[in-house]
Design a protein around this ligand. Sequence first.
Ligand code: ADP
Ligand code: GLC
Length: 487
Amino acid sequence: MNIAIAASECVPFAKAGGLADVAGALPKYLRTLGCDVKVFLPKYNTIDESKYDLHYEYAIGEIPVRVAGAAWPVHVSRANLPGSDVPVYFIDCPHFFHRGRIYTNDFDEDGRFILFSKAVIETLQRLQWVPDVIHCNDWQTGLLPLLLKDNYSWDRMFDGTATLYSIHNIGYQGLFGKSVMDIAEIRPDRFSALEMHGGVSMMKGGILSAEIITTVSETYAQEILTPEYGAGMESYLLMRRDDLHGVLNGIDTEVWNPETDPHLPHHYSKENPGGKYLNKKNLLEKVGMPYDAARPLIGIVSRLVAQKGFDLIAETFNSLMELDAQWVILGSGEDRYERMFTAIHHALPHKVWTYIGFNNELAHLIEAASDMFLMPSRYEPCGLNQMYSLRYGTIPIVRKTGGLADTVHDWHEFQSFGSDEVNGFSFNDAAGYALADAVGRAVEMYDSNKPAWHQMMMNGMNADLSWDASAKKYVKLYEMAAGKRGT
Ligand code: ADP
Ligand code: GLC
């Protein structure tokens, strides 16, 4: 099958969160299953062209793409996804994408991704490459299915092309003014298919127009049908319930491999886990905290936003700090959380170290060096860090929601899952006391039951977290989408 994947982030070129990891890994696995895959990404000026060997596509030349009543000149560059022959096409339009960052709060944020969505379709036309499915992701490419069906329906080349729309996070819906109708030049009678609070929701467009809708875990696929988690999209999702599927993300086991990870000073494996403790020592020395093998190190690597549940930490801060544990925290995001973690670091420098910013190398080292990894998310569509933790022998402590519920099985649940499957600690209530209880149980087991701890580490390290199974599910869904388009 020919599959075009359109995303606003893709590892290693441009990353703000987990979408980048998915867009950088899934295509490689689809390729091994025999799909012909092309990835499309905006050419942000933060992308290092020489490092990744980007080449200008002379054969495509200049494409005028219409947005907000003007035709913007677009050029296309190309590189392969590292370690594969999957081509990535970079949509180059400096006016929109040279902003020093992936996402902005600029007045024309809608126009930036309308341009991207249209440019993906027009690049396919120039390439004369007919995809069976265009796989769109999150609000940034939510309008693409509708644009394909309406604005580009004149091009018979796309008669058999279906769209699949993946929701990675329903909290970001691409809500803009009604002016999007004009900016994107969408038929006025389509407004009801996009309308949300009097304006336009690009995500609603994707949900109502794509042949198949997916989200990134089975539990989240159920959760978003409810008012509590659906964030206003639940009624549209219920309308499309038969076409909504949950497919758990995998992880790129080449990028996240403790035996070869270039960001680690010491490599290790489940047979030889010793390097893990040398990494812990190395990290603690680097950040100026004392090393004590008997004291667990708890890691956090996250976007610092409300979704991730850091207010629960604030709620139960005193009980957490009473535990005999050390903390390393890496993240950036909302000011209130950045200030909170910075203040804790200054107040307790021997116990807590905080780094505010985005740092990939440090993220890898924290995964490897920590004994436990905390994700108290209020909601979590999939979550990748808990899977990186499992692979790195780091015990996840998570709130039981979305993909966290599908991948982390609490020690207490061994009767349901069996002793080979328990791999972490989880809690149900989005409340400080529940979080403190789970962290307390983890620290207690680390102190007093080494065999059980070791067993859980091994269960995590033994698990198959790769994309193999999920990529096969996507191929089935692509076939289903293409079948619907054919009818
Ligand atoms: P989300 O996509 O909601 O942010 P995920 O768990 O799916 O959550 O993915 C987050 C990804 O971003 C992980 O690969 C994580 O390591 C990375 N990440 C998040 N914050 C940072 C940071 N400050 N520095 C480096 N990597 C980060
Ligand atoms: C989103 C979600 C996260 C998921 C990621 C990749 O950013 O918040 O849970 O893992 O997308 O699908």
